[in-house]
Structure formats: structure tokens, C-alpha cells
Design a protein around this ligand. Structure first.
Ligand code: ADP
Ligand code: MG
Length: 701
């Protein structure tokens, strides 16, 4: 693309210069004109309303008054010097006061003239005054940026403010840029797309984001700029997906064969839910195409993901391929192995396990069997990725709890066969749709949004400290019936010491109320060695202990069906999705399960809403949406690493519709014109080729 004046270094903009340019770069990352144009206001002040002086009220925030300066004088001595002017309208008068820049003010404020005055009124000595008001000439000039109804407010920093680059100062520079360079602003979205969604062009959008004519123009500007932001993220994601699919072939699982059929008809002890059936079908269709599958399966805890994984692996096996399933920890790997062995009842396929603690002898045997193709399904931990582990013909990899695996590890898996295996990622952390589309926009997503019938929903209660003895009584009752209990304490890094104190005090109290030898406790916390942790977990799994006291190190996905109570201490300190994850540790057996949220009496509004939400619903997708509204996308687990979410304008909690439109547009465009050869898509092709060379349109980088 041609070089544009907008690529000029900000230093050369009138009123900037080298010192401020340096500050702009350091403080706000603004290097060029274009960067500054893409530095948007974060809010606007309504300047359509004029107040009469008689209407003023100390409660009002900023007000705008039209009046005449009827007097002006400098008073006070040296250090306490100030300039006081009186502003009068037909209903009364107030004082305007300046403590700084007196000379400038004196020269620019003329007695007898009418001004538009803008500022926050305060009461002083029983009458109103405004310190350091903004004054504008009346009538307002009619230039494009002159007649502001909505005044933009820009973020600034202490350092910038020292150099007069406060919101007002930045606004002045924006005015200059827009007035001089509006014509040079280039379009970034093909006109046919703008037309289809009735969006304004980039010039109009930038003009109105900085200097909105009215609320309606501001809204259309925002919509257009949000669309642009989301559109290019989707283009990038979906284009990568398309490249991957063109570049890599995939194994074709054409047969729905004997193993999967026998399992389904003869062995499976329950009816699949409709959601499970649908997802298995999605996987089946996807693995038939001769293109590598990259699919994310989202399903709440207990929604039955294991059987979906198993049936997919049987499908691989029916087609002559091996499959493996990888879990983030040893305990989880063993549990998966056990579930799979149990489900299969020793029939149909040969299943093996490989973890860090497999002995050398076991390994050697396993490596041989694997290479000879005598093992059909291998379950394990990261140990699976090691180069020594060679498959005869790996066709499918199932990854449980994706966020713990890095990109490199996944890449290693890809290389385990000439044609990369299909990848199925399972996660029990439901994330909101908009996040999924953005974070995993290059994967296909399947959702298991239904729990098996007959499962008793977990009952959740919120109790205060005063109700603790009742809670202990309830625990005893359940333990007498043979159940087990988890008690979880928060562990937040900044106050690790305090947390440990809480934990210790809690254990002391528990030991008093649940004395030996009738009650046995397992204790697991972050300061213990892995071996000790494993040992304690295992005692609980083997029902040698009735109560598991833990900080949040409790493994994601650990399955102890006999544990029916989850007590969460200081529950107000946990995030919603974490609370939901923890609750998911119970409700896995036939018994009615309970989740008890203990909290102090003082709750923040957000804390209260979180606990209420937990009591109200068991649905992980619903909870994740509320979590997104409460915390914003940046704090939702797994999103931090993703630069994708540093959105300038779009908000994944609010802009679902725009995101969907942007994604649909990209999907349509790429399906009609996969290589973006059509001249009307040339902008998009330019963008992608710049991006692949590490350069991007400024606004998106
Ligand atoms: P998760 O999705 O949390 O991994 P699991 O796969 O561990 O859930 O399944 C939880 C329990 O539900 C297991 O005991 C499993 O055998 C059982 N289960 C799975 N699907 C069904 C179904 N359709 N009907 C009844 N029970 C099911
Ligand atoms: Mg699971």
C-alpha cells in the first residue's frame, strides 16, 4: 500500500514536538498520526443541556452555562494570587476562579462578552463558584469539530498532564488532525460489506467517534469501528483455519464399524443424551472429510464427556487407527483409564496407561506394543508426548482440560504421525459464546448442554458464620450415612500467609468438632510436595478419610462419586467460574449432593451476586455469561495469555450481535472467495499478507 501522511511521526503534528512525542510513545504507545486518530475517547459529556444559574445544585456533576462576564479582577498576594470573574445570566450570577495560568486567562477572558462556561459547581461561603472552568466562545464556531454536543473525554496520565496533554489537550490535537487530514483516512472494510450492514465509512466513523454530531452518529461510529475490530480478528482466525485445512490432510474415518456399534448396542449401560448423540455425530462427520479435525467439546461437569471421547476413540479404532487420551495430571489420567476400562468391560479394544510413574519395564513393554499396533487406546499424562513414544498409526488425540497444555506440546502431538491426528479438546469450563468465538475461533466447537436424565441437581446453600455449628451437624449426619465431604479454602497468591492461617485455624476447629478416631481428615495444600498430595488424595479416594480439607489445589476433574458435600469457605473470595468448578466435584454419585457456601456477613454487591447466582443455577453456561458481565473478558480463566482480547472498543460482554455479524461475514466471504482474489476483497488480502509479515493496519495491531 502507498505510504500515507497519516504514517507521519506524531512529533510533527503542530503543538507536539519531540518532548511530547516521546511521552506519547512511552505513555500511550502513540507513534504516528494514525495512532492518535485511533486513540478513542473513553466517554463523552453531554453538552446539549444548558443550565440556568438558578438551577445549580451542589449534587450536579459538570454543567454548562451560558452567561456574560460582568466583572474580572486579580486578587490576593504573590503565592495566593487568583483571578476571579463573575458570570451572570438572567437568573443570577456565580464566581469563576482561576489559580493558575492567570496571565493567559486574563488575556483571553474579556469583560462584557458572552461565553459558554463548563465545569463543576461547588458551594463556597454559601454561594456557587466554579474553579478552572472551560470557556468557549459564543456562538460556537461552525467548523466540523467546533460545535460539540458530546464532549469527548480521553484517558491521560500524570506525566502527559504536566505537558498539557490532558483530555482537553488531546482533544485539541485530534481537532487538528481531523480538520487537516480527514480526507486521507483510508477505508478498511470493503464497501459491499459496509453496505450490507448499513455501516458508515471509516472517515465518518473516525470523525464521529472523536466529535460526535449527536448520540445517533456516535452509535453508528462505534458500531462500525467495533465491527472492524472484530471482523479482522475473525478474518485472521478463520483464515488460519482455512490454511491449516488446505495444508494438512486428515485421516478419513469412513467406517462406523463393529467396535463402536457393539459398544453402543451391547455394552453401553445407559442411553446417550441427545446432546451426546449430536456431538458424536458432529465428530463423525468431521472425521470423514479427509481434513484434520480440530474440535473443542465444551460440556459442564458431569455432562458425560468421557463416553463421547471413548466412542470417538472406538471410531478411530474401527478405521484402523490408534487413539490416545491425555490428561493434565496423573490422578486424572488414572481415573480416565479406570472409567474407560469400566465402560468397555474388557471387550473390543486393548487399553493401556502411561504416566510419569510407569516403571521402566512397563514402559519398554508399552513402547513395543504401541509400535506394533497392539495397543488401541493409550491413556496418560504429558508422558505421552515424549519422543520415545511412537505409535504405529495414531489417528486421534483427545486432550482433557485444554488450558493446561501449551502450544508446543500440542505441536508435538501433531508430529506423531505423517498425517497429523485428529484433535479433540475437552473442557469442563464452559465459556461464553463470544469468548469461545474469539479465543477458539479457529476451532470447531461442540457443546454438550444437557445432563444425563435422573441426575439429582446439586443443592446449593449460602450460610453465614453464625450458622457454622448447624453446618457441622449436617456434615456429621451425612458422614454417618457413609458420605464424604470436601472443605475448600481460598488460596490467593498475594495473601498466601493469611490463607494458610485460615486453613490452619480451620483444621484446628475441624479436629475439635470431628475428633479421631471416628473421623479421619485428608489435608492438601499448595505448600506440600506432590507425592504427599497424591498420597492424601488417594486416601480420600479410597475412603480411608471422610473429610478432605484443601486449598484450591483439588484437581480439576477428580471423581469421587461418594463425596456428596462441598463446603467452600470464604466463598465470597472466589470467582464464579471457580465456585462452579469446585461445586462440580460433588454430584457425581447416586446420592443427593450439596454445596455449602460459607461467607462473612459483609459482602460486596458483586460478591453477593456471585453467591446468589450459585444458589440459583447449576448451569455452567449461564454462570459463565454472568461471570463475563461481572468481570469482563480479561479476567475469565484462560483468556489472559491471549492478546486477542485487548480490544479497543468492542466488548465481548455486550457486543454479541456485532461479533456474530462480523464472524458470519468472514465465513461467507471466505467460502465465496477462499483466496480473496476478487478485487472487492483486495483490502482483506492486503491485511492478511501484511499481518503474516508482522505488519498490520495500525488500528488493529
Ligand atoms: P464429565 O463430562 O464431567 O467428564 P463424565 O464423562 O465423567 O462427565 O460422566 C459423569 C458420569 O455420568 C459418569 O459416571 C458417566 O458414566 C455417567 N454418564 C455419562 N453419560 C451418561 C448418560 N447419557 N446417562 C447416564 N449416565 C451417564
Ligand atoms: Mg471429565
Amino acid at each position: 500500500m502507498f505510504v500515507s501522511t497519516l504514517d507521519t511521526t506524531i512529533e510533527f503534528l503542530k503543538g507536539v514536538g519531540p518532548k511530547r512525542a516521546e511521552l506519547f510513545q512511552k505513555e500511550l504507545g502513540i507513534f504516528t498520526y494514525e495512532h492518535l486518530l485511533n486513540f478513542f475517547p473513553f466517554r463523552y459529556i453531554d453538552r446539549t443541556r444548558f443550565y440556568k444559574i438558578s438551577e445549580l445544585d451542589p449534587e450536579l456533576p459538570y454543567v454548562q452555562i451560558l452567561g456574560r462576564i460582568t466583572s474580572k479582577e486579580q486578587i490576593g498576594e504573590k503565592h495566593k494570587k487568583r483571578l476571579v470573574a463573575r458570570l451572570t445570566d438572567e437568573t443570577g450570577s456565580i464566581e469563576l476562579v482561576w489559580f493558575q495560568s492567570l496571565k493567559w486567562v486574563d488575556e483571553n477572558v474579556t469583560k462584557g462578552k458572552v461565553y459558554i462556561v463548563f465545569g463543576k459547581p461547588t458551594v463556597f461561603n454559601g454561594s456557587f463558584s466554579i474553579s478552572h472552568p472551560d470557556l468557549e466562545n459564543y456562538p460556537r464556531p461552525t467548523t466540523i469539530t467546533g460545535n460539540l454536543r458530546l464532549q469527548p473525554v480521553y484517558h491521560s496520565t500524570e506525566k502527559l498532564k504536566k505537558f498539557f496533554l490532558d483530555s482537553r489537550g488531546i482533544q485539541k490535537l485530534q481537532t487538528l488532525l481531523i480538520e487537516q487530514h480527514l480526507k486521507e483516512i483510508a477505508e478498511t472494510i470493503p464497501p459491499y460489506i459496509l453496505e450490507k450492514y448499513q455501516m458508515v465509512g471509516r472517515k465518518e466513523a473516525l470523525l464521529n467517534i472523536h466529535f460526535p454530531k449527536d448520540v445517533k452518529s456516535l452509535k453508528s461510529a462505534e458500531r462500525r469501528l467495533k465491527f472492524e475490530e472484530l471482523f479482522y480478528i475473525q478474518l485472521q482466525l478463520l483464515h488460519n483455519k482455512q490454511l491449516r485445512e488446505m495444508r494438512f490432510k486428515g485421516h478419513s474415518f469412513e467406517i462406523v464399524g463393529e467396535r463402536i456399534n457393539t459398544f453402543y448396542k451391547e455394552i453401553l449401560p445407559f442411553q446417550l443424551t441427545n446432546a451426546q448423540k449430536r456431538v458424536i455425530k458432529e465428530i463423525r462427520l468431521d472425521t470423514q472429510r479427509g481434513i484434520q479435525m480440530n474440535r473443542l467439546v465444551q460440556g459442564d461437569v458431569g455432562s458425560g464427556k468421557t463416553v463421547v471421547a471413548l466412542m470417538s476413540m472406538l471410531l478411530a479404532s474401527d478405521n484402523g487407527y490408534q487413539a490416545c487420551m491425555m490428561a493434565p495430571t496423573e490422578i486424572l489420567a488414572r481415573q480416565h483409564y479406570q472409567s474407560i476400562v469400566d465402560l468397555l468391560k474388557d471387550r473390543l479394544v486393548k487399553v493401556a496407561i502411561l504416566t510419569g510413574s510407569s516403571t521402566k519395564k512397563q514402559r519398554t513393554q508399552l513402547h513395543n506394543d504401541l509400535e506394533a499396533g497392539e495397543i488401541d487406546i493409550l491413556v496418560g499424562t504429558h508422558a505421552l508426548i515424549e519422543d520415545k513414544v511412537v505409535f504405529k498409526n495414531l489417528g486421534l488425540v483427545v486432550i482433557d482440560e485444554q488450558h493446561r497444555f501449551g502450544v508446543e506440546q500440542r505441536a508435538k502431538l501433531w508430529r506423531k504421525n505423517v498425517i497429523p491426528p485428529h484433535i479433540l479438546v475437552m473442557t469442563a469450563t464452559p465459556i461464553p459464546r463470544t469468548l469461545a468465538m474469539t479465543l477458539y475461533g479457529d476451532l470447531d466447537v461442540s457443546i454438550i448442554d444437557e445432563l444425563p436424565v435422573g441426575r439429582k441437581p446439586i443443592e446449593t446453600r449460602h450460610l453465614y458464620e453464625g450458622q457454622r455449628l448447624r453446618m457441622f451437624g449436617f456434615m456429621k449426619e451425612e458422614i454417618r450415612k457413609g458420605r464424604q465431604v470436601y472443605i475448600v479454602y481460598p488460596l490467593i497468591k498475594e495473601s498466601e500467609k493469611l490463607d494458610l492461617l485460615h486453613l490452619e485455624a480451620g483444621i484446628e476447629q475441624l479436629s475439635y468438632h470431628f475428633p479421631l478416631p471416628d473421623y479421619q481428615l485428608s489435608i492438601v495444600h499448595g505448600k506440600m510436595s506432590n507425592a504427599d498430595k497424591q498420597f492424601e488424595m488417594q486416601r480420600f479416594i479410597d475412603h480411608k478419610t471422610q473429610i478432605m480439607v484443601a486449598t484450591t489445589v483439588i484437581e480439576v476433574g477428580v471423581n469421587v462419586p461418594n463425596a456428596s458435600i462441598m463446603v467452600i469457605e470464604n466463598a465470597e473470595r472466589f470467582g464464579l467460574s471457580q465456585l462452579h468448578q469446585l461445586r462440580g466435584r460433588v454430584g457425581r454419585g447416586a446420592e443427593q449432593s450439596f454445596c455449602i457456601l460459607m461467607s462473612g456477613n459483609k459482602l460486596s454487591p458483586d460478591g453477593k451476586l456471585r453467591l446468589e447466582t450459585m444458589v440459583k443455577t447449576n448451569n455452567g453456561f449461564e454462570i459463565s455469561e454472568i461471570d463475563l458481565q461481572l468481570r469482563g473478558p480479561g479476567d475469565i480463566s484462560g483468556t489472559q495469555q491471549s492478546g486477542v482480547l485487548e480490544l479497543k472498543l468492542a466488548d465481548l460482554a455486550k457486543d454479541q450481535q456485532i461479533l456474530q455479524e462480523a464472524r458470519n461475514t468472514v465465513i461467507e466471504t471466505l467460502s465465496e472467495d477462499p483466496n480473496l482474489e476478487n478485487p472487492q476483497n483486495s483490502l482483506l488480502r492486503t491485511y492478511l499478507s501484511k499481518k503474516s509479515r508482522g505488519i498490520a493496519f495500525d488500528k488493529i495491531s
